[in-house]
Write a protein that binds this ligand. Structure first.
Ligand code: WT7
Length: 655
């Protein structure tokens, strides 16, 4: 592999700097560092005036707002009394322009099939499906769950919900029946939309079977809409039909064409997206319509330097926030072309992504560090087989990117001629927060660089005081921003407690960070009990609860250890009931149990059985010590608070 070896010096101090190419800058929305600084200053001087201007410039409003921001910490309302529709902004407003017949969505199936929707034909599908939902008695504010493969119907259903003011909640297709049940019940969803199955790495993902199982004991769901994505002959046993089921294609054939977009209040909840936190139960992050759409639209334009001529591809699943903001809302709202791919990156061969870029002449490519590390491992020959010269910009998201992966991305994929935007943000922030502007900001491998205009971060100590430059601390956001989450669905108290209780009236991200001499932010990762496996967020307590729900487990403690490809891998310490004997078979059973409870993404890499777990006198599990053991380091540091210090010796010997 023709890549740099992993050198320690490059991790400890990164001095490689890449200044924007003048040719790129000349055509960019923000063409110089001075222009970025001026914009940042303009925003910082008067945040409300800045966002007022951006909201007018980027979005179509049916009715203008009367108040820009109502801030009753921690509750924000943006563009109060303004009326807007996200589907109208992503579709209808383009129909009056020459964009009407350009590709809005290019879809590629894993089997090589492809479908292209223009803005006009996507509008047509969305209007009809919106009428299908209305016929199923879905009303403004009702919750609709989407558990679907990466197929065009997922984008259509999302925009149809937005059109009629139904709040969508998309569940990633890798989650288990148990996880779906929790979310459907928490959201009290009226309708679930799914497909008979999806394709992944040549296999069939039986989504409808999983939904059937999830809904066995659920009352709130009136209908399940099923897309027949696969033929019956693809299945050994086609999924069972239940009395609640209706067929997507049958309903669509009968649906009316005309469906005007609802004029919704700016604060109307556009969607709920469940994400892991520090307690056992995932939380429903609630996003607004106006503020969220502004965040997604404005950041797409600035950070991707997005133009309507761009063919843009984000490889995330729409089940994550990245797909919401940067496959659907931010991209279509800007009138660009969004590529969507159903399957795995290495199917049928490890060059599938590069083939897709070549085939559609993709100009902007957004992926995750974990994927980049896998591509590096598979070897340079796969991308080198294809013509990647259509690319003009690369992006990454999901976790800190190690400088080696950044350099490989730059050299092998970007052919040293594409700026890389490393974008820091979260499900809760709705849109990118810290990221370079590609025509303006010099980039350095490993850092997301500087905050976007309108975003005011600060790194603070445990008391909330700013730390000196260069010192690590907690990453906070000091002022409200339009695309911030509004609450945790049905649980304002949890919202306050999770994000606003550590520092008064200041948003706590859960991340640790430091700023270097030039003010660039280096995000180090989570400082709470959340781990990041392949860019997916998992709560250690969530995995622990799953383990403890198994009859043979007494207690469990979950930590992570660094992993070459995944970033972090899950290691679970487990104590067993009574005199049960530890065995490899039991390890496999417990791993399968976690998959059953949460989904394959939470499968522990390793299970270590132990008679006892190290605890403080107050009963708190000492995860730091477990982490040391999981990483093969001798447990060091302060153990004076350990209740029983012989635990450590036992743990080191246990397996
Ligand atoms: C957490 C948010 C934002 C969409 C994908 C993940 C980590 C995300 C970066 C980055 C360093 C990053 C943080 C953050 N993270 N992007 N560019 N550099 N860390 O969304 O599941 O809500 O996770 O991912 O730890 O808090 P999420």
């Amino acid at each position: 592999m023709a890549t740099d070896p992993n050198t320690f010096t490059s991790i400890l101090s990164e001095s490689r700097e890449f200044t924007p190419d003048p040719e790129f800058s000349a055509q960019a929305h923000v063409p110089s560092f001075e222009a970025y600084q001026a914009l940042y200053q303009e925003a910082a001087d008067d945040l409300e005036a800045f966002w007022d201007k951006q909201a007018k410039a980027h979005l179509h409003w049916f009715t203008p707002w009367k108040t820009i921001l109502k801030w009753e910490p921690p509750f924000a309302q943006w563009f109060v009394e303004g009326r807007i529709n996200a589907s109208y902004n992503c579709l209808d407003r383009h129909l009056e322009t020459p964009r009407k017949n350009k590709a809005a969505l290019i879809w590629e199936g894993e089997d090589g099939s492809s479908q292209i929707f223009t803005y006009q034909t996507l509008h047509y599908e969305v209007c009809r499906f919106a009428n299908v939902l209305k016929d199923l008695n879905v009303k403004i504010g009702d919750r609709v769950i989407l558990y679907m493969p990466m197929i065009p119907e997922l984008a259509i259903a999302t925009l149809a919900c937005a059109r009629i003011g139904a709040t969508h909640s998309i569940i990633f297709g890798g989650f288990s029946a148990e996880a779906i049940k929790d979310r459907v019940e928490d959201a009290q969803a009226k309708v679930v939309i799914t497909a008979n199955g999806g394709r992944r790495r040549g296999q069939i993902v039986p989504l409808k079977d999983t939904v059937n199982k999830a809904l066995e004991q659920v009352d709130c769901v009136e209908h399940v809409v099923v897309v027949d994505h696969l033929a019956d002959s693809d299945f050994d046993t086609p999924p069972a039909i239940t009395p609640r089921d209706v067929k997507w294609h049958e309903r669509m054939a009968e649906a009316e064409l005309d469906c005007p977009a609802e004029e919704l209040p700016a604060e109307h909840p556009l969607f709920i997206l469940y994400t892991s936190g520090t307690t056992g139960r995932p939380k429903g992050v609630v996003h607004s319509t106006g503020g969220y759409l502004l965040g997604a639209t404005y950041t797409s334009k600035l950070v991707f330097d997005l133009k309507e001529e761009d063919t843009y591809w984000c490889t995330a699943d729409i089940g994550w926030i990245t797909g919401h903001s940067y496959i659907i809302y931010g991209i279509l709202s800007n009138g660009a072309t969004s590529v969507m791919y159903e399957g795995a990156p290495n199917y049928p061969e490890p060059d599938r992504f590069w083939k897709i870029i070549d085939k559609y002449r993709v100009s902007i490519f957004y992926t995750a560090p974990t994927a980049i590390r896998a591509f590096m491992k598979w070897g340079d020959e796969w991308p080198l087989k294809h013509d990647l010269s259509s690319l003009r910009l690369l992006g990454t998201v999901g976790e800190p990117i190690n400088p080696e992966a950044w350099m490989w991305y730059h050299k092998v994929i970007g052919q040293e001629s594409c700026p890389i935007v490393d974008t820091w943000w979260q499900t809760e922030t709705g849109a990118m927060m810290i990221a370079p502007l590609p025509g303006a900001t010099p980039t350095v491998p490993g850092t997301a660089t500087l905050p976007l205009p309108g975003i005011i971060p600060q790194i603070v100590d445990a008391e909330g005081k700013p730390v000196p430059q260069g010192q690590g601390g907690y990453l906070t956001i000091q002022k409200p921003w339009p695309s911030m989450l509004r609450t945790v669905y049905g649980d304002d108290e949890r919202f306050k407690e999770q994000y606003w209780s550590k520092f008064k009236d200041v948003y706590f991200t859960g991340d640790g960070a430091r700023q270097d001499e030039r003010g660039y932010y280096w995000v180090m990762g989570r400082v709470d009990d959340v781990i990041n496996v392949s860019g997916h967020r998992l709560g250690t307590m969530e995995i622990e609860s799953a383990l403890v729900s198994h009859a043979q487990v007494t207690e469990a403690a979950v930590v992570s250890r660094p992993h070459d490809i995944k970033g972090e891998a899950i290691v679970a310490f487990v104590t067993l009931e009574g005199n049960l004997k530890a065995s490899d078979a039991l390890k496999d059973t417990l791993k399968a149990h976690v998959v059953e409870e949460i989904g394959a993404l939470a499968r522990p890499e390793e299970i270590i059985f132990t008679d006892v777990l190290p605890k403080t006198r107050s009963g708190k599990i000492m995860r730091r010590l477990l982490r040391d053991i999981a990483c093969g380091r001798v447990a060091q540091g302060d153990t004076s608070t350990l209740e029983d210090s012989s635990v450590l010796d036992q743990l080191r010997q246990s397996d």
